[in-house]
Design a protein around this ligand. Structure first.
Ligand code: HEM
Length: 183
C-alpha cells in the first residue's frame, strides 16, 4: 500500500514552511515578551491572566489529546496508511499547538508569579513544581512522537492509556492550587 508522502493532503505542507512559521512565531513571542518585561503598563494584570488562561487551555487540550492519539497509533500496523496519518496528526498537534502554547503559558505564568506575587506563597511553589512535572510529561510525549515517527515505538497501547491519565491528574491539582490557594 502506498505511503502518503510529505507533500500530499495527508502528509501536509513541506517541513520548510512549518519551520518558517515556527521561527516567525518564536520571534514574535520573543519581541512581545521583551516588551512585556520592559514595559508593563498599569492594568496589564487581567490581560496577562487572560492570555495565560487561553494558553493553558490550548496546552492542556493538546496534552489530553496527544496520548490518546498514541493509544490508537500503538495499535496501528507500522507502515500502514493509518500509522502514517497518525504521524502527521501528532507532529502538527505538537509543533503547531502544544509547543507554542506551553511557551506562552510559562512566559505569562512566570510574569504573573513575579509581578503580582513576588514568587511568594506555598500554593505558588507547589503549582510551579507540578507544572515542571507537566512539562516533563510534555518532553516525554515529544520523545514519543519522534519514536513513533521513526516506527521505533515498542510500548503497547496500555502504556499510552496510563500516560494519558497523568496530564489530567496534574491539571486538576494545578487548578485547585491556583484557585483555592489552600496554603
Ligand atoms: C508555567 C508555569 C505557571 C506559572 C508560573 C503560573 C502562575 C500563575 C499565577 C501567578 C497566576 C495568577 C493567580 C491569581 O491571580 O490569583 C495564574 C493564574 C492561573 N493559572 Fe497559572 N501558572 C502556570 C501554569 C499553569 C497551568 C499549567 C495551569 C493549568 C493546568 C494554570 C492554570 C491557571 C489558572 C486557571 C489561573 C487563573 C486562576 C484565577 O484567576 O483564580 N497555570 N497562574
Amino acid at each position: 500500500m502506498a505511503k502518503p508522502d510529505k507533500m500530499n493532503n495527508t502528509g501536509g505542507n513541506s517541513t520548510g514552511q512549518a519551520m518558517m512559521r515556527m521561527t516567525i512565531g518564536i520571534l514574535v513571542l520573543v519581541v512581545l515578551t521583551a516588551l512585556l518585561f520592559l514595559y508593563a503598563p498599569e492594568g496589564f494584570y487581567p490581560w496577562a491572566k487572560a492570555i495565560h488562561i487561553l494558553a493553558v487551555i490550548s496546552w492542556m487540550a493538546g496534552m489530553l489529546y496527544l496520548p490518546r492519539l498514541l493509544v490508537y497509533h500503538a495499535d496501528a500496523e507500522k507502515g500502514s496508511v493509518q500509522s502514517e496519518t497518525f504521524k502527521v496528526m501528532e507532529r502538527r498537534l505538537l509543533r503547531g499547538i502544544i509547543n507554542p502554547a506551553m511557551i506562552v503559558t510559562w512566559v505569562f505564568g512566570l510574569w504573573l508569579a513575579w509581578k503580582i506575587f513576588g514568587f511568594q506563597g506555598g500554593w505558588l511553589h507547589a503549582k510551579i513544581g507540578l507544572v515542571l512535572l507537566l512539562s516533563g510529561v510534555h518532553g516525554y510525549l515529544s520523545g514519543a512522537v519522534r519514536k513513533f515517527a521513526e516506527d521505533r515505538n515498542e510500548k503497547p497501547a496500555r502504556h499510552w492509556r496510563i500516560v494519558n491519565e497523568i496530564p489530567t491528574l496534574l491539571m486538576i491539582a494545578i487548578v485547585i492550587l491556583v484557585v483555592v490557594k489552600p496554603f
